[in-house]
Ligand binder design. Structure first.
Ligand code: ADP
Ligand code: RBF
Ligand code: MG
Length: 388
């Protein structure tokens, strides 16, 4: 086994960040700022998101007022924007893997704390929409309970104190750079789960950088391993997407023997942003043809360094013609691995074929096979499943 290489320092409790780590707050923040800035005839630029991720509410407000040259004070801005946020808290979704992580740790009696720059009251309101969360945290520390927010170590040190734990026995999970800095300044072990794309190289001080919560391996830190992986796959709550197949990048993946349909990201781009990049699989319904096994990548294809996040499903069937414009419906039922970069095209192709083999086998398991009957796949026509 390779355990010796990957074993990290042993810990006994976990301190979690909330926004961007457990909750998909970033999507809501972008939507609110987009709507708000229209009033001042400014346009929200997603590339400025890094200026607010992980900041205290005051710092984030100051950054927006400055970046967009808004004609009002930081306090005035905060009082205008705050009600817009409070209205949206009920709509913030848990990030993929958040419920799974919380349930797993609670089930094994691992002590958990929540440590966030947000005021305590806001934290409690936000988590109240997620059943089981409040009871899972024996400690909650908000930004208003300490003198300085992250990157100061204070919030994490206070959490450790209330957990009755030595800081060196705490493992912090954080999405932001100020959060990672705070965790290291508190002399804790830190896993970074970057919420902004293509930023992993900035998280060098973290003890580990993972692509998403789905990739956590608690056993590396001496904590109980997840028991839900099955034959190289991780079952997910089914996730539905659909839309016309658009022409892709013309990179000739067909020539490589890996034809991938490109789904338009318009219309469901928020879903796309919510899902961590990586390799997923499930069932595909093609309106005039049938039902197929499917493996796909979501992300930036590091080998090709795409500028936009893409969804590229590979239907595991030999078609004798293209099907641009046709309605493709997907039920994603499981996860295989994070996106990776490969030193050679051969390495990438070999890995994608391994993904296909894993998918073909897994989809025969009753756990995944049952979704063949999902009405979503058949919504627009009669499907002929006889070839399966
Ligand atoms: P591009 O997407 O740039 O046109 P590809 O070589 O990846 O280049 O071709 C993808 C197209 O091939 C799809 O949009 C689809 O019409 C067709 N196609 C044929 N077989 C498959 C398959 N098994 N899975 C997905 N797409 C397929
Ligand atoms: N591209 C990458 O750069 N890294 C990957 O790890 C990766 N995994 C993929 C897995 C599957 C199942 C599929 C279908 C594609 C994957 N790709 C990956 C994308 C591949 O490079 C893409 O299909 C090409 O851009 C061809 O258009
Ligand atoms: Mg965060």
């Amino acid at each position: 086994m390779h355990m010796a290489n990957s074993l990290k320092k042993l810990v006994s409790c976990i301190i979690l960040d909330l926004d961007g780590t457990l909750l998909n707050t970033d999507g809501i923040v972008s939507e609110i700022l987009r709507a708000y800035l229209v009033k001042y005839e400014k346009q929200w630029d997603a590339r400025t998101a890094h200026r607010i991720v992980g900041k205290t509410p005051l710092e984030a407000a100051a950054a927006v007022v400055e970046d967009y040259g808004l004609p009002l004070s930081i306090d005035e801005f905060i009082s205008e924007i705050n009600p817009m946020f409070s209205n949206q808290w009920c709509n913030i979704k848990a990030l993929p893997g958040a419920n799974r992580l919380i349930n797993h740790l609670r089930g094994h009696n691992v002590q958990m704390a929540l440590a966030s720059n947000s005021p305590r009251e806001n934290i409690e309101t936000k988590i109240s929409y997620h059943p089981g969360w409040k009871e899972s945290f024996s400690v909650i520390v908000g930004g208003d309970e300490v003198t300085a927010g992250k990157p100061s170590p204070e919030i994490f040190l206070e959490a450790a104190k209330r957990l009755n734990s030595d800081p060196s026995k705490c493992l912090v999970i954080e999405d932001s750079i100020p959060g990672v800095m705070a965790g290291k300044a508190a002399r804790m072990e830190v896993i970074a789960v970057p919420s902004l794309p293509k930023q992993s190289h900035l998280y060098t001080s973290a003890d580990e950088v993972v692509n998403s919560l789905l990739d956590l391996r608690p056993e590396k830190w001496g904590l109980p391993a997840f028991e839900d992986w099955i034959e190289g796959t991780l079952p997910l709550e089914p996730w539905y997407i659909g839309g016309p197949v658009v022409k892709g990048f013309g990179r000739g993946s067909k020539v490589l023997g890996i034809p991938t349909a490109n789904l338009s990201t318009e219309g469901y781009s928020t879903d796309l942003l919510e899902y961590p990049s990586g390799v997923y699989f499930g069932w595909a319904g093609l309106s005039t043809r049938g039902l197929y096994k499917m493996v796909m990548s979501i992300g930036w294809n590091p080998y090709f360094n795409n500028a936009e996040k893409t969804i590229e499903p590979w239907l595991l069937h030999d078609f004798d013609e293209d099907f641009y414009g046709e309605e493709l419906r997907l039920v994603i039922v499981g996860y295989i691995r994070p996106e990776a970069n490969f030193p050679s095209l051969e390495g990438l192709i070999e890995k994608i074929h391994e993904d296909r083999r894993i998918t073909e086998k897994a989809l025969d398991l009753p756990l995944y096979a049952k979704y063949r009957e999902d009405p979503h796949l058949k919504a627009s026509s009669h499907l002929d499943n006889s070839h399966l």
